[in-house]
Design a protein around this ligand. Structure first.
Ligand code: FAD
Length: 509
């Protein structure tokens, strides 16, 4: 053996150029380690799905004629750390070179770089061949600017990759953005698409994970795990999404409903983030649906923007601002998470649903993450680092490079407005407009103070009053602060008093 090649749990692309040829001198190494199960408390499904998908890839590679060493969580020789296992395996195989694909998390990148530099054998890092952009490209686009506008980056990406660009070089349909056609509440029609994802029984693997002592939270769904676990399954699911669901994606992108945990969202983030699918092929499939006339432009543009725009953009933010970005706390928030983040047991019906389905399915769609859970966390002044750890643990698709900018930046405004031009917060009115959560809730969406008042209302005004020093000069918040000005006096005092009392008893909401 000459070369050992490491594959991390989110590097599950069987079409990487590494696998183009078989080579007896190359051993591929995959490992299930406590280092990776324990850096944050993870949702049970996240651990189970990643291990199951790693095992699937190992099987696939062996069948394709590659040499594979799979270190299972309960192997006696498992040292439970990536460097310790690598050192032992390099010696075992007498290998001269270790190769790995660039990790997407700063934590792992740093660990492998530091450790690699101390070794006597050659250590080489190569591309994972996944993203449109390099790690540092976006920092170059925005060099010297205070604010890094997504829209600016996104238009460049559309042009550069010729996505939804017409023959004259203009954006398809004449507009870059179709948000005003999207963002509708869902009235119960059109009918929800069927959930055609595969169903896996991984109860034996789950028993192994538990016997190894790995801690987790949330429902493992071990008998009926619904996530695609290899490229073939991911491609079939992508196909299903494009043909049945994409046409309605745009219109109901921001809608929320007690009747569906996904509405018309794609559930593709796990397959994308583990690299079973490449973003290019997902974008191409969506674009082709528009050209074939099977999906309208606003839906396709809205979907493409999430992947070609947001996904690459947050990655650029992450690499430009790590280390340290994950610890930012521009508003000085420090309240611990209420217990019901771990149980879903709150009387706020929106939170009950959004947190509840997160625990049950390791999934919530974007607007639930942003405008229900994140909104509440920001209004209530929860510690952004604790909020970040919760998001990093709970979602099936959560890996730091994408989770941190979304949580710390977009959702908690803890980067002081680098990523978002204003805080994403709202009172009950927005949640009520976009969902069916408020009807039947213990709290009254219309009341601002009193025992039955929806907590979002008083917390909303208190948030702006309390942060006037930092946010008062933000030109996008002019209207809010003018309104606040008019409320000065007994009205605002009562709101702030109620908010203060809510903030001392978050656990009991
Ligand atoms: P769809 O709505 O169908 O979107 C299609 C794809 O676009 C997604 O699969 C995803 O790859 C991409 N995408 C959409 N929005 C974003 C975004 N804001 N940033 C990056 N990519 C995006 N996404 C993650 O992949 N991992 C995370 O850990 C994560 N944490 C988040 C935390 C918070 C507080 C918020 C507000 C958002 C977070 N997101 C995260 C972004 C987004 O909510 C998820 O990508 C999306 O809900 C995944 O579900 P889906 O595949 O059904 O997405």
């Amino acid at each position: 053996t000459h070369i050992l090649r490491l594959l991390l749990g989110d590097q599950l692309n069987p079409e990487h150029s590494w696998f183009a040829a078989q080579d007896e001198g190359v051993v591929y190494v995959l490992m299930e380690v406590r280092q990776e199960t324990d850096y944050v408390l993870h949702h049970a499904q996240k651990i189970l799905a990643i291990f199951a998908a790693m095992r699937d890839l190992a099987r696939h590679l062996r069948e394709a004629g590659h040499r594979v060493r799979y270190v299972a969580i309960d192997d006696a020789s498992n040292r439970q750390s990536i460097p310790a296992n690598l050192a032992a395996l390099m010696a075992h195989y007498g290998a001269q070179t270790l190769q790995y694909q660039h990790p997407d998390e700063w934590r792992l990148d740093e660990q492998l770089c530091t450790w690699g530099a101390e070794q006597t054998f050659a250590v080489q890092a190569i591309s994972s061949e996944h993203f449109y952009t390099t790690r540092t490209e976006m920092a170059e686009v925005f060099q010297g600017r205070k604010q890094w506008l997504m829209e600016h980056f996104y238009r460049r990406m559309r042009q550069r990759h010729s996505v939804l660009i017409d023959e004259a070089g203009e954006p398809e349909g004449g507009q870059w953005n179709y948000d005003h056609d999207n963002r509708k509440p869902w009235p119960g029609t059109p009918a929800l698409p069927p959930d055609a994802r595969p169903t896996h029984d991984h109860s034996a693997l789950w028993a192994t994970i538990q016997a190894a002592g790995v801690q987790s939270f949330g429902h493992p769904q071990a008998h009926a795990l619904r996530w695609p676990l290899n490229r073939a399954e991911a491609l079939a699911w992508l196909d299903h999404f494009i043909t049945t669901t994409l046409p309605d994606f745009g219109a109901y992108e921001d809608a929320m409903s007690t009747k569906s945990s996904r509405l018309f969202h794609s559930l593709l983030s796990f397959a994308l983030n583990t690299k079973m699918l490449r973003p290019h092929e997902v974008v191409q499939r969506a674009q082709a649906a528009y050209h074939a006339g099977t999906a309208p432009l606003p839906a396709v543009e809205g979907f493409v923007r999430q992947i070609l725009g947001w996904r690459e953009y947050v990655r650029g933010i992450y690499w430009a601002h790590m280390p340290g970005y994950d610890e930012r706390n521009a508003l000085g928030h420090s309240t611990p998470l209420p217990d019901w983040f771990w149980t879903g047991k709150t009387r706020m019906r929106c939170m009950q649903h959004a947190v509840g389905q997160s625990l049950e399915h390791a999934y919530a769609h974007h607007i639930q993450r942003l405008m229900v859970i994140g909104n509440f966390a920001l209004l209530a002044g929860l510690d952004p680092a604790a909020v970040h750890r919760w998001y990093l643990g709970v979602y099936i698709d959560a890996f730091e490079w994408v989770e941190v900018p979304n949580t710390v930046g977009m959702s908690q405004f803890a980067d002081g407005g680098l990523l978002a031009t204003k805080p994403y917060v709202s009172s009950a009115a927005y949640i009520d407009r976009m969902s069916d959560y408020c009807s039947g809730c213990h709290y009254d969406k219309k009341q601002k103070v009193g025992v039955r008042a929806c907590p979002y209302n008083a917390l909303y005004w208190d948030f702006f009053a309390r942060n006037e020093g930092t946010l008062g000069s933000n030109f996008r918040l002019g209207m809010v602060y003018r309104q606040l000005q008019k409320m000065q006096g007994p009205q605002l005092d009562a709101l702030r008093e109620h908010a203060a009392s809510l903030r001392t008893r978050l656990d009991a909401l």
